[in-house]
Design a protein around this ligand. Sequence first.
Ligand code: AMP
Ligand code: MG
Length: 440
Amino acid sequence: MTDLNHLSPNSPILLTASLHVDEARKAIASLVTDLLQESRSMNNASDVESVSLDQAINRILAEDLLSPIDVPAADNSAMDGFAFNGDYLDGSDNIVILKVLGTAYAGNPFIGSIDMGECVKIMTGALMPHGCDTVIPQEFTESVDGSSVGFKKNQVKRGENRRLRSEDLQSGKAAIKAGCLLRPSDLGLAASLGIATLQVHRKLKVAILSSGDELRPLGQALDAGSIYDSNRYSLTGLLNRLNLEIIDCGIVRDDPASLKAAFIDAASKADVLISSGGVSVGEADFTKQIMQELGDVGFWKIAMRPGRPMAFGILKSVNDSGRKALFFGLPGNPVAVMVTFYQFVRSALLQLNGASQTEAPLTQAVAEEAIRKKPGRTEFQRAILGRGADGKPTVKLTGSQGAGILRSMSEANCFVILSHDQGNVAAGDWVDVALFNGLL
Ligand code: AMP
Ligand code: MG
């Protein structure tokens, strides 16, 4: 198992320093790898199940999807026009006149074959008639006497406007690779091969809980100093993007016995436990004490903003699926919860569930205004991606960037990610951007 202690603030190395975001990500990925290996060697129960296409969105494909057919199944036309034998084509601007023998429709092919001097009117998707290898698009032809068409020989090259059998997919080859997070296009692709069910990894079970004496459930009046628990709702929304099973463990009070009982309960049911709150300075000692008994958990001070304190590790008890649960103790601040989920939890969940690609895509845009940034920490600022007058992508921050200001997330459509070593950004500089769409 990966030793989390050397990454824990208890260790001498980190007493003064904070953990770089990339180091934290690496430590998480390597622990997930260990956990997967361990659970594979301990238990042979398959974690694969069949689902119909309409249930498969955002699930992770467990085995290569082999195409049972060639796509296209036969040569066909890519254009509306006339199919003929390309022997005539010599690149000259001479005109050739061909007699039209009939029409080939998609789903209703032309029966018969074509000789020199003949052609068939053809629609997009219609099978290429025997003897034809080229299609001249309709717009390059002129009708001659109502029964023939004429066109210049240099207007098409031999073989053009024809889709070849199996040019898209060959029978027996992988149409979609194992580990793919299934998107709408993948479901359409499977359907185009006549495949109605897919083999996917079983849904991960993810338990969530909020910790804090000040938290109240929705529907209850707020007394002095209390606030509504919003983190479970943003976490539920984030998790729902991944089509997994959520186990809601509610609000837990800041008292050791309740927290311990909640963690033990969650660990017995779930593959992953995500809590929020209770890991910041002051409270961490309290959670730490419980975690020492229940698992191997590092309490990290991460060089990032927002989201500095975070706990991560494994819980010792084994759940229903024969696996130890991963534990993420996220900070309590509502924006920090979303940022740490994006940066650490999402990729770990994907990796644990067999995905081959776990990184979210990044792009770049021009900062519309100067952004203050201290080197030595990674920052995730909330922003709106737009387009400048010159057509270049631009980003504008969404007002106040405090870790508790959830409105900054709600109004934003992306993070501007300022890397660890980066300093102040000047207006007009290019910055890294992660779009929320589909992720958060
Ligand atoms: P903590 O990490 O527990 O010190 O919490 C940091 C801040 O986040 C405090 O202002 C908490 O009141 C707030 N907070 C913690 N948990 C939640 C939650 N579930 N929903 C909304 N705010 C929270
Ligand atoms: Mg708290």
